[in-house]
Structures are given as structure tokens and as C-alpha cells.
Write a protein that binds this ligand. Structure first.
Ligand code: CA
Length: 510
């Protein structure tokens, strides 16, 4: 087993379950994260009781369950995905560490053979498992390099696609998750597949979100004996929609979801001033929002199951996403992997009825902060691994602390040169950026490590990021943002700080 956690399971498990006898077990944690679900798709931001929390218009989406959930939750208005791509996000969520420490710089695929979750990294699930939690993972993992380990076809990849993207994760690499119903990455929403705890493949031929929700409900209700009922549980549900494809009815759960948007004009659906509705992608917003609605409905079914099982009070429920979706904003066809607010910011709502009074909080939670924050909330503050780089924000979410992070780091790592076999083994640390309550800045370098570009936006006066400000226009702002960026690069021991990349920009330290 990859975990470095020593096998104190029986003793500590008993502690977590009984907590010295008498105290209730738990809490349980249910962590739901659809893929590419942007913060702007949460329509409650437009509601009067959220007025002032955002200075932009949210999409005209139909999300009744999420809107109700928001009113029961601490809703973060400025959560970010530090490296807004599927695999890097998952690496940071699972380990609380940035790519250089967790091993995932870019999306996992076979031609990036070393780009994979470090099997020895101590993951959030390793810690929960070692301290008495039952751990389940359902849905898209996309944190493993594809290997020739198909359980049904030994010595081969799991599909004939080249290069291979999908992956099977054997038990030795599951990091404490004892219940497994997952896959690497695969984008046919009505024909998903999964490998279960024993490595048996399932092809259910139904919409993935619906199917994974059924599995999650069965786990919560323990209908099939999926979990040890004496233990609290940590359950991850990783939906793929509203990730693309989003272009036809076959990409959706039902035509009824599409009907909510089908008759609306593009000018009604695109409320953000920065969107280019002449792009070929533009009509796909109807399908994107239809899957936002499908996620909303199925997430609601998970909430219903928790209530029915009597677990609502003592279960922490998180709804978030791995990154956003630009959806024709800024004229880019790339939905993610950029510092644009539609890509970089994410939904983050956390509900724990007995502990977290509902409210909006603008704390700048980043992807690496999630692991230490959840462990701490669950009573495992002292068990946060020492290599974790994220911050424990549990006291802030509980409304107890004044020491609030006021900036969030952004990273972009693109492919390094291919080797003689056509494989990518190193990554080019192309860009770093910083977001503060007022500003967004990205600094980008050329391959020869000289400065390529600086992009600065005032997110208060220019919420749609349509008016870039040059460093020459506002030198004092530029310097202040460089200072913020430098502080984060040094705090996280980033390669830009260690190797003094573009060091002439930054203030020299004595
Ligand atoms: Ca993704």
C-alpha cells in the first residue's frame, strides 16, 4: 500500500467511531464535484439575498436544489482552482500539495508517463482511512497515468484509443479508498464505464450523473453493504458533466433539461458582456446549462438520501468543481487552463447544519486548502501531513478567525519538449498569477525564460475583464501584485522562486 500512514487502524478506528464512548461518530463528509461547472452557472448569485456578493451577472440556469443548498451553506464567493485543469486539480485536492510535490502538472495521459499522482503521497483519503473513516470514490478520477493493467486484458491499456487517456486504478494505488466505482477519464455521457472495488468493469448504458448518483445513494444508505456502518464515511462523487461534449441531446440526461433553454435566444443565455456569441461554440450553452440542471437535480437526490438516512445533521456536504468554463468569454475556445475568472474561479459551498451558520464568505480558498480544511473540521487537525502546503481554513469557515488569506496563486504548466519516443517527461512552468479581492494578474514567460506578457485586470471596476491594464499605466499596482505573487511563490517553495525565474521583476531580498 502506498500510504505512509502506520497501521494503527483498529485503535484509531475505534476512537473515531465511539470518540471515547457516548459522543456521536463522525462527521461524515460527502464531497461532490462535477467537472467544468463554473461559478457563474450558479443562478442564485442573481438573487436579491445574495446581492453584493458578486459584481457580475450569473447564467440564467435552472438550479433549484443548489439555490436552496446555498441558503443552508457557507458559500464562498472567491474560491479558485489553482491550476484549472482536471488532473492538476485532483492532485491538489487529494494531497493538499502543489504539482511539484504531488506529481500532476498537466492532464494525465499515456504520452505523459511521469505525470501521475505520486503513489507515496499521503492523500486526504489515506488520513481519513487511517483514522477510522470508511472511504468511497465514485466517478472520474483522472489522477493516474494510464498503464497496461486492464483487469480484463492483462498487459494492455483499458481501451484501444491512442494515445490512451483512460486508466484503471488498482487497489494498491487507491490511497485508502476501500469502496471504489471509478474510471480515469471518458467523455460519452450516456455510455460511461467504471471499475468496482474488485476491479470488475461495469457498462451501465445510462447517463453517468444519474448512475453515479444511484451508486452514491446506495453507499449512503448502505443498501449493498458498501461500507462499515460503525464508521463515519468520506465519500467523493466526481461527475463528468457539464464537461464537454455538450452539443446534442445524446449528451444529456433528458430533453426536458434542454427544453428549459431551447427557446431562449443566445442574447438571453449569454448575460456576460465579454462573451462572443458569434463563436461556433455559442449554441452549445443550451446543452451546457441543461447538464448544469441535471447535476443540480442529481445532487438534490444525494441531499434527499442523507436526510432520509437521518445523516443530514452530522454530514459535511461540499459542492464544488475542478475548474470553470469560459463558454465564449474572451473569444477563447479553450474552456479552462487560464486565469480568466470564468475558468479560475469555482463554486464552493459547504454545509454542516450543526456547525456552520449559513452565509457568504469571500475568503480566498485555493485547491490545496481543501484537504487540510476538511481534515481539521473532522477533528484531524493534528493529523494533517507535514508536507501539506495548503492552509487550514476551518476556523474561518466556522466564523472564528480573523487571519484570512487575501490572495490566491495561479499556475500553468505546459508540455516540455518531447523525447526521442515522443513522450513528454518535463513540464514548462509557463505562467504564474495572483488574484486578490481587487485584482487579477498573470505573468507569462517565453521558453527562454524571458518575460512574454503581463496581464492585469481590476476585478472591481471591470468584472468581465475586458480592459487590461499595462504595468506602465499602473506601476504601483504592478509592484504590489508582484509582491503578492512573490509572497505566494515563496510560501509554496515554487520553482519560480527557487530558480529565480524573472527575478528582475521581483524585489530582491537581503
Ligand atoms: Ca476537468
Amino acid at each position: 500500500m502506498a500510504s505512509k500512514v502506520k497501521p494503527l487502524l483498529p485503535l484509531l478506528g475505534a476512537f473515531a467511531v465511539s470518540c471515547g464512548g457516548g459522543k456521536p461518530a463522525g462527521p461524515n463528509i460527502v464531497y461532490v464535484f462535477p467537472d467544468q461547472f463554473r461559478n457563474q452557472a450558479l443562478s442564485f448569485w442573481n438573487d436579491p439575498d445574495f446581492a453584493g456578493a458578486q459584481n457580475w451577472q450569473a447564467d440564467p440556469s435552472h438550479t433549484p436544489r443548489l439555490n436552496a443548498f446555498a441558503r443552508e451553506s457557507v458559500v464562498l464567493s472567491r474560491a479558485t482552482s489553482a491550476c484549472p485543469l482536471s488532473s492538476p486539480y485532483r492532485g491538489m485536492f487529494l494531497t493538499g500539495m502543489y504539482p511539484e510535490r504531488n506529481g500532476i502538472y498537466n492532464n494525465c495521459m499515456a504520452t505523459r508517463p511521469d505525470n501521475t499522482l505520486d503513489p507515496d503521497a499521503e492523500c486526504i483519503s489515506d488520513v481519513f482511512s487511517a483514522h477510522g473513516w470508511d472511504c468511497g470514490y465514485i466517478g472520474k478520477l483522472h489522477a493516474e497515468v494510464p498503464m497496461k493493467n486492464d483487469p480484463d486484458n492483462p498487459g494492455n491499456y483499458v481501451s484501444s484509443r491512442r494515445p490512451e487517456w483512460d486508466a484503471y486504478t488498482p487497489p494498491s494505488r487507491r490511497h485508502g479508498f476501500n469502496y471504489w466505482y471509478s474510471y480515469g477519464t471518458f467523455d460519452v455521457h450516456r455510455n460511461p464505464h467504471y471499475w468496482d472495488t474488485e476491479g470488475k468493469r461495469h457498462d451501465p448504458h445510462e447517463f453517468s450523473v444519474k448512475h453515479e448518483t444511484d451508486k452514491a445513494i446506495s453507499y449512503i444508505m448502505n443498501r449493498g453493504g458498501e461500507r462499515d456502518p460503525r464508521k463515519p464515511f468520506f465519500l467523493c462523487v466526481a461527475y463528468n458533466p457539464p464537461h464537454q461534449p455538450y452539443g446534442k441531446v445524446e449528451d444529456l440526461e433528458s430533453e426536458e433539461d434542454l427544453a428549459l433553454y431551447a427557446d431562449k435566444s443566445l442574447s438571453e443565455l449569454y448575460v456576460r458582456e465579454n462573451a462572443d456569441t458569434t463563436m461556433p461554440k455559442a449554441p452549445s450553452i443550451r446543452y451546457y446549462l441543461a447538464n448544469v440542471t441535471a447535476v443540480d437535480r442529481n445532487f438534490g437526490r444525494i441531499l434527499d438520501a442523507l436526510k432520509e438516512a437521518g445523516l443530514e445533521e452530522n454530514t459535511i456536504v461540499v459542492f464544488t468543481s475542478d475548474h470553470g468554463e469560459t463558454m465564449c468569454s474572451h473569444g477563447t475556445a479553450d474552456p479552462k487552463n487560464s486565469i480568466w475568472t470564468e475558468s479560475f474561479t469555482v463554486p464552493f459551498m459547504i454545509r454542516w447544519p450543526s456547525h456552520l451558520p449559513p452565509r457568504v464568505d469571500s475568503v480566498m480558498l485555493s485547491s490545496t486548502d481543501i484537504m487540510p480544511t476538511l481534515l481539521s473540521m473532522a477533528g484531524l487537525r493534528r493529523q494533517i501531513p507535514s508536507r501539506v502546503q495548503g492552509r487550514d481554513l476551518s476556523r474561518i469557515l466556522e466564523g472564528k478567525s480573523e487571519n484570512r488569506p487575501d490572495k490566491a496563486l495561479y499556475l500553468r504548466c505546459t508540455n516540455g519538449p518531447k523525447d526521442a519516443d515522443g513522450l513528454v517527461r518535463t513540464f514548462f512552468q509557463e505562467a504564474r498569477g495572483i488574484k486578490t479581492p481587487e485584482w487579477t494578474m498573470e505573468v507569462c514567460m517565453k521558453r527562454d525564460t524571458t518575460l512574454k506578457s503581463v496581464m492585469i485586470f481590476n476585478d472591481v471596476t471591470d468584472p468581465y475583464q475586458m480592459h487590461p491594464i499595462s504595468p506602465e499605466e499602473r506601476p504601483e499596482v504592478f509592484q504590489s501584485l508582484l509582491d503578492d505573487l512573490q509572497e505566494e511563490l515563496e510560501r509554496t517553495s515554487d520553482v519560480w522562486a527557487r530558480e529565480k525565474i524573472l527575478s528582475r521583476l521581483f524585489r530582491s531580498k537581503p
